[in-house]
Design a protein around this ligand. Structure first.
Ligand SMILES: Nc1ccn([C@@H]2O[C@H](COP(=O)(O)OP(=O)(O)OP(=O)(O)O)[C@@H](O)[C@H]2O)c(=O)n1
Ligand SMILES: C[C@](O)(CO)[C@H](O)COP(=O)(O)O
Length: 396
């Protein structure tokens, strides 16, 4: 049995629009694109075999960015172009799935990036039992019909549900229903309505309040707070030492500083960035800098250390996490760090793609004691904290 997920992402996001910013499915939500989060839910679901996104042709660049943030693209099919309405986008996607020939298709809004995995499982179970099933939540508020700010009546809420996605169907049946609706030019706001119109029986599977659809700008803030509730903060530490040697410049925390000596190392010997890279990898329990960038590998000879730090930041993003803060301490008698501190903070903030207020750089001497006191080299310590989703555990 092949199960495909069809992620409709071809909308313009007009209700949530921010002037000059990409549409909502490409906006960053707690550090990761909305669409990356949505695709990742289905790519990671063990019962889903294929994932297809329907996108607007002019968003292709953003789509590539969103897809490149996925931990695993193995299930991902090349995207297809959407239509002017959600309904025509879904039909385009269903047609494009012909070669994949799934038995079941799950239609899902890209704008719902927080769908719990068990909601997806319940919808699949519903399709297997009833032929069609959608995620939905019972209406909890009293419903009023109104006009001109006046109540015209109260609607009995008994048996009323709010439809969410995913909405799952036997592939052939929903494709036929969509084609018939398109031919007769009847329009609906969800796929279950089309199935109902075509005479299919559709089951209700319990959805989740967490499964919100980002519709307005305020929903982004709400989604961020839901992510924060489902995240844990992890802390990692790093330590590194490089000896002084020939040269007239030392690289420290991404900044070149003229000095009477250089630092010896396989790469550019930026001891601050190395310690910080290790701190971030440590927070993820993802090994250390030596494991990721072995000194035995010639490609890292004289490498600029911002590459190592960037890769560590990519790892955080790949797991749906974000860097909360980082703190580096440089231990040396010279050069003086104070005059370069702000440049170092800015350089690190840029590499990690976080605001500079989250980055600290400090310095101390070792009171002329030990190898740093004898000016034989520089040591650096770093601490980093990252917030990662609980559901990211299996990839961490
Ligand atoms: N022509 C369209 C319109 C919508 N969608 C997708 O359908 C989902 C639900 O639609 P909605 O939340 O209304 O998104 P937009 O149409 O983008 O928003 P708006 O109506 O505010 O412009 C979204 O993931 C959206 O990208 C689509 O694939 N093709
Ligand atoms: C499909 C849907 O998300 C179910 O609630 C909803 O109908 C989409 O509506 P929109 O007007 O396209 O946002």
């Amino acid at each position: 049995m092949t199960i495909a997920a069809l992620i409709v992402a071809a909308g313009r996001g007009t209700r949530a629009a921010t002037p000059g910013a990409p549409p909502k499915q490409y906006a960053r939500l707690a550090g990761q694109m909305v669409l990356t989060r949505t695709l990742a839910l289905f790519c990671a679901h063990p019962l889903v075999d294929r994932v297809l996104a329907v996108i607007a042709e002019e968003h292709r660049g953003w789509y590539e960015q969103a897809a490149s943030g996925l931990p695993d693209r193995g299930k991902l099919l090349p995207p297809v172009a959407g239509g002017t309405e959600r309904q025509s986008s879904v039909l385009n996607g269903l047609n494009a799935l012909e070669d994949a020939a799934p038995e079941i298709v799950l239609v899902h809004d890209a704008a719902r990036p927080l769908t719990p995995a068990n909601v997806i499982s319940r919808v699949i179970e519903g399709v297997e039992t009833h032929g069609a099933s959608i995620a939905a939540v019972p209406v909890a508020d009293t419903l009023k019909r109104g006009q001109n700010e006046l109540i015209e009546g109260t609607i009995d809420r008994t048996g009323l549900w709010r439809a969410q996605t995913p909405q799952g169907f036997a592939y052939k049946a929903i494709r036929n229903a969509h084609e018939a609706a398109a031919q007769r030019q009847v329009t609906f706001t969800d796929d279950a309505s089309i199935a109902e119109w075509a005479g299919m029986r559709v089951a209700l599977a319990m959805g989740s309040e967490r499964n919100l659809k980002i519709t307005s700008r305020e929903d982004m803030a709400l989604a961020e707070s839901l992510i924060a509730q489902g995240a844990e903060t992890r802390v990692g530490t790093g330590f590194d030492v490089h000896a002084f040697g020939p040269g007239d410049t030392v690289w420290l925390c991404g900044v070149p500083i003229p000095h009477e000596r250089g630092l010896v190392g396989h790469s550019d010997a930026d001891v601050g960035l190395h310690a910080l890279t290790d701190a971030i990898l440590g927070a993820l329990a993802a090994g250390d800098i030596g494991a990721h960038f072995p000194p035995s590998d010639p490609q890292w000879r004289a490498a600029a250390s911002h590459i190592f730090l960037e890769r560590a930041a990519d790892e955080v993003e790949r797991r749906g996490g974000r860097i909360v803060n980082a703190d580096v301490t440089l231990i040396c008698e010279a050069p003086k760090i104070g005059p370069h501190r702000q440049a170092m903070r800015s350089a690190i903030a840029e590499i990690l793609r976080v605001p500079v207020r989250r980055i600290s750089v400090k310095a101390t001497t070792s009171e002329k004691l030990g190898f740093t006191g004898r000016r034989e080299g520089i040591a650096a310590m770093a601490t980093a904290s990252v917030a990662v989703p609980f559901s990211g555990d299996e990839t961490c």
